[in-house]
Write a protein that binds this ligand. Structure first.
Ligand code: GYE
Length: 328
C-alpha cells in the first residue's frame, strides 16, 4: 500500500516542514511553530491611554523576548479601525497567532471570521468581545471586570454601614463600549442598588485617561456641591480627578472619598497618602501567560476557553506595605 508515490510525497512533506521551520514564510496556516520554528505573534494593542496599558505592553514585550517569540506589535491609538487594520495585516503576513485587546466589545465578527478562514488562531487578551460566536477565538485571558465593580461597591457598603444619610456618588466611566467600562459600571450598580441611600448623581466617560478624568471631575464639581464619593473605573482618571478636587479647595480622600480600579504605582502612591481610599486590583501582567497560551494554540493543544487573572484589593495601609516591591 505504501508505494513509491506515497514515499515521494512523504519526503516532500518532510522537506517542506524543514524549510518552513527555517524561513519566516509560514504558508502552512499558523503552523511554523509546530515545525520547530520561532513562534510569531501579531499583537494589536489598544493604545497607551493609562499606566495600566503601559505596564501591560511592557509585560507582553518582555515576555515575548524571554520566550524567544517574534512579536509584531501594533498600537491602535484607541481606534477600533486601526486594530482591524492591524489584524488584517497580521493575516496577510501569516503570523502563527493573533492576540489583541479589543478597544470596544462589538464589531469584531467580520475580521475575526477572516482570521478563522485563514486558519490563524486568535487569543483575546484583557478585554472581551460581545459576539455570540465563541469559535472566533481560542481563549480569553483577563480579569473579571464585573467582579471588580462589585468589590468597589462592597467596600462602599462597608464604609457607610449603619449610616442613613444619602451618599452622593459621581462616576468616571472608562472608554464607551469597552468591556471594563460596561462591566465595572454594572458590577458596582448591582451592589449599591441594594441600599437606596446610595445615589449616582452623575456618571460620564473620562476615557480612561488622566486628562479627561480631570476635566470631567471639574464639571462634576461645578454642577454639584454635595459629592461624597467618586468611583473611577481606573487609577488614571482618579488621579486626574484628584487634581480637580484639590484645585476646587477640597481634600481628596476626606471631603470626597475615592475608589479606583487597577492598582498601578501612581494609584498606589495616592492610596498610601490617603488621597484615594480603596483600590480594586486589575493586573496588567498578562505577558507570561499569553506566551504560554499562544504556544499551546499554535501547537494545536486545547486550552481553557477562559483564563482568569488572580487579583486582590488594597486599603491605604496595605498600599504602604506593598509599594516598595510594586513593579508597575
Ligand atoms: O483598567 C485601564 C485601561 O482593559 C483592564 O484599560 C484594562 C483597562 C484598565 O486603560 O486603565
Amino acid at each position: 500500500m505504501f508505494g513509491k508515490r506515497a514515499g515521494v510525497l512523504l519526503a516532500a512533506a518532510l522537506l517542506a516542514s524543514v524549510l518552513g521551520a527555517c524561513g519566516d514564510d509560514d504558508s502552512g496556516g499558523g503552523g511554523s511553530s509546530g515545525g520547530g520554528g520561532r513562534l510569531v505573534i501579531g499583537f494589536a494593542q489598544v493604545g497607551a491611554e493609562s499606566g495600566w496599558r503601559t505596564a501591560n505592553t511592557k509585560s507582553i514585550q518582555d515576555s515575548a523576548k524571554a520566550a524567544g517569540v517574534e512579536l509584531k506589535f501594533s498600537d491602535a491609538q484607541g481606534k477600533q479601525e486601526n486594530q482591524i487594520k492591524a489584524i488584517r495585516s497580521f493575516i496577510t503576513q501569516r503570523v502563527d497567532v493573533i492576540a489583541f485587546s479589543p478597544v470596544v466589545e462589538s464589531g469584531w465578527d467580520t475580521v475575526l471570521k477572516e482570521a478563522k478562514d485563514a486558519e490563524i488562531p486568535v487569543i483575546l487578551t484583557d478585554r472581551a468581545i460581545d459576539s455570540p460566536d465563541d469559535s472566533l477565538y481560542e481563549t480569553f485571558i483577563g480579569s473579571d471586570f464585573v467582579l471588580e465593580g462589585q468589590k468597589a461597591g462592597e467596600w462602599l457598603t462597608q464604609e457607610y454601614q449603619g449610616k442613613t444619610d444619602p451618599v452622593n456618588i459621581v462616576e468616571l466611566q472608562g472608554t464607551p463600549g469597552a468591556a471594563p467600562a460596561n462591566d465595572r459600571k454594572a458590577g458596582f450598580a448591582e451592589v449599591i442598588k441594594k441600599d437606596p441611600k446610595f445615589k449616582v448623581i452623575a456618571s460620564q466617560t473620562g476615557q480612561f485617561t488622566r486628562t479627561d478624568g480631570k476635566q470631567v471631575m471639574e464639571t462634576f464639581l461645578q454642577s454639584h456641591d454635595d459629592i461624597d464619593v467618586l468611583y473611577a473605573h481606573n487609577d488614571d482618571m482618579g488621579l486626574g480627578a484628584i487634581e480637580a478636587i484639590e484645585a476646587a479647595g477640597k481634600v481628596p480622600g476626606k471631603d470626597i472619598k475615592i475608589i479606583t480600579v487597577d492598582a498601578v504605582k501612581d494609584g498606589m502612591t495616592a492610596l498610601s497618602e490617603g488621597k484615594i481610599n480603596f483600590i480594586v486590583e486589575c493586573s496588567p501582567l498578562l505577558g507570561p501567560q499569553l506566551m504560554d497560551l499562544a504556544q499551546k494554540v499554535a501547537d494545536g493543544q486545547s486550552v481553557e476557553k477562559r483564563v482568569l487573572t488572580k487579583e486582590t484589593t488594597f486599603t491605604p495601609e496595605q498600599a504602604k506595605e506593598v509599594l516598595p516591591e510594586r513593579k508597575y
